[in-house]
Write a new protein. Structure first.
Lengths: 383, 383
């Protein structure tokens, strides 16, 4: 592994793009726990969940563009979302959009991006950041990415781990080891383990111990190193991805994709790369404490909107009109109807033209089971 | 006062109409506590609140028609509701619809009906029954009316009082005295007082005492006696009503109504007739224990629908589609949208094309304050 080869491109008061770095935005996943706002036709990343006036996909793009450069962001998304994604990201070139015929989970999505980019630009460093997470401080995010890029340049599989603010059970945890001595990554730690979403009791232990971070699903690595690690656990998947990547920029892309993609193994990159790399001692983490949320359900959306304050009523939606009396929680509306709340606390009201959801923050995680029930009953018209 | 002159018209297995009896249905009042279901343009009595498949105005008509005869039911309603009322009651003749240019409360509404009918048919007995109450047993209702008609025929102002099933604070109470000995009214009692909606504590005392009944707003009297009693407390109101009634069936109706009606005093008949008659000793009550409800708010609507069982979810609306998980309360929908409830108990969801209400049974009475707030803020488009 080499020492840091990171440098700035250009100079000026504006932050400049990080050399050799390419951002990858996997824009998949419907966000079932945000139904009926999120739909197959309008997944989570195509909504304005922050009240910023733009989709969180666009927020993600705007956060990454100053780091990698506008022409160095690749988006991996479903074919069905091509038009919506391009409308959100007019700067996105055809070369930088990867369309999946069907979702194959994060190993295939990020792996294909890595394989394509590595072929085009050997030695490229990629950073993968979900299209549908929210980051509250782009400056600190950038600092963490720069440290992670230094780790990646040194051969590590790097991740950015979030300082836990509560014993959340909706996130995986990263067990941190000792410091990693890499120039340009002063706060980096080794990772001794990746842990699945824990029970509340265990989450409390983790948080109290001070040696665990939330897994925010951000992975930064040299593309060749990422693929090498993937190949150790998923050699057939890697072979398939390389076959597609080899054909990608030529005339046979369509035929090869159609032949190979459907047979690829669906597996999260946490399992195929991160966990094994942690065991091998080549995973490092940059601890970060900027506000971050994966907006996993309406409870977290409510919290995000209210800044964590109780007894507040968060309101989302361009034309949402709410008349509330002694009520707290969150209202999301796409209909422009007058929504009146009386004496309902911690309520979740999601008002769309064809479906209405009423629940509470406490039960927000159960929204997914409703979506599952609708699927089973064939009510796909509202999914 | 004479002894009972009540007789049956005709014979047969079907109940026959009660002689000399005329039903009056005041169909006024929006039912603000049932907003956004009830509107100025679609008041409570124009809704199917029982799931019977017809409006409660029609239910009321069907309950009264066998007692007074179809051609002896007079409806007093607002001009704005003429078409809707006539659509509901195609049997209603022009002579039997009284249209108010503006609401003037129950003394004017019932008093005008009494004055018109007394002029047309001296000695007529009228019974006034709200258009928007629900009665669960038409046979027992009929029996109570027949007893009340006997009391009326003997000169009493009669009412039907409901046996309380709980210490309700949404109803007025009737304080019963001793038996009244009138042929044909074996269960009748004298009334020693009319009491406003009490506090819960006092309501409990009333119910425990066994000598109080709920005031269901049903008044039965000879029209001349009712007007006589009204004239004792509201002589100017009576004079106005008589002036209108004298012109009613002639060419000057419109002019006289336009001149006199706007100046009439707004006062509930409970205050102008019932209370003073109780003091005078000429008010009598027929205790009744058929299921009855004024469906005053969504809590009582929920209770009505569930038969009082807790943990049930009542669903109203022809096209209402609900997917519920661990939820109870009531859902009323006019939109046909899929409504999903998760973990909300005692919830009230009222879903209309331009307004959505979410509250709980506990807070159902507060819906009126929202309507008041909307009025004050000029948001009359949704009222």
């Amino acid at each position: 592994m080499t020492d840091s080869g990171i440098s700035w491109r250009g100079r000026g008061t504006e932050p400049e793009a990080v050399d050799r770095f390419y951002s990858v935005i996997p824009a998949g996943g419907i966000g079932s726990r945000l139904w009926p706002l999120s739909r197959a036709s309008a997944p989570k990343f195509l909504h304005d969940l922050t009240g910023s006036g733009q989709t969180i996909l666009r927020d993600t793009w705007n956060r990454l563009a100053p780091i990698s450069g506008t022409d160095r962001i690749m988006v991996v998304t479903g074919r069905a979302h091509r038009a919506a994604v391009e409308a959100q990201l007019p700067e996105l070139s055809d070369a930088n959009i990867v369309l999946e015929s069907e979702g194959k989970d994060s190993s295939a999505a990020i792996g294909l991006a890595a394989a394509i980019l590595e072929k085009r630009e050997p030695g490229v460093i990629i950073g993968s950041f979900a299209a549908d997470h929210v980051v509250g401080d782009n400056r600190r995010f950038r600092q963490a990415v720069i440290e992670a890029v230094a780790l990646a340049d040194a051969g590590y599989i790097a991740t950015i781990g979030m300082q836990p603010t509560e014993p959340a059970i909706a996130f995986g945890y990263i067990h941190c080891g000792g410091p990693v001595t890499i120039a340009g990554a002063p706060s980096a730690l080794s990772v001794t383990g990746f842990v699945e979403k824990p029970s509340l009791e265990i989450a409390k232990e983790y948080v109290d111990s001070g040696s665990y971070l939330w897994n925010a699903g951000m992975f930064i690595a040299r593309a060749d190193r990422l693929l090498e690690q993937l190949g150790k656990t998923q050699p057939r998947l890697l072979a398939g991805l390389r076959e597609i990547a080899d054909a990608w920029d030529g005339p046979d892309r369509g035929a090869v994709v159609d032949r190979v993609w459907p047979g690829l193994t669906k597996i999260a990159i946490d399992y195929s790369v991160a966990e094994p790399s942690a065991k091998e001692g080549v995973l490092a983490v940059v601890p970060a404490d900027f506000p971050w949320d994966d907006v996993g359900d309406f409870a977290s959306l409510a919290k995000l909107q209210s800044g964590g304050r109780k007894n507040e009523l968060a309101i989302l939606g361009e034309h949402t009109r709410v008349l509330a009396d002694s009520s707290s929680g969150i209202v999301v509306s796409e209909t422009g109807r007058l929504i009146t709340l009386i004496g309902v606390e911690g309520i979740v009201v999601v008002d769309t033209p064809d479906a209405l959801l009423v629940t509470t923050s406490e039960h927000a995680q159960r929204v997914k089971s409703v979506v599952d029930a609708l699927k089973l009953s064939g009510r796909t018209d509202v999914l």
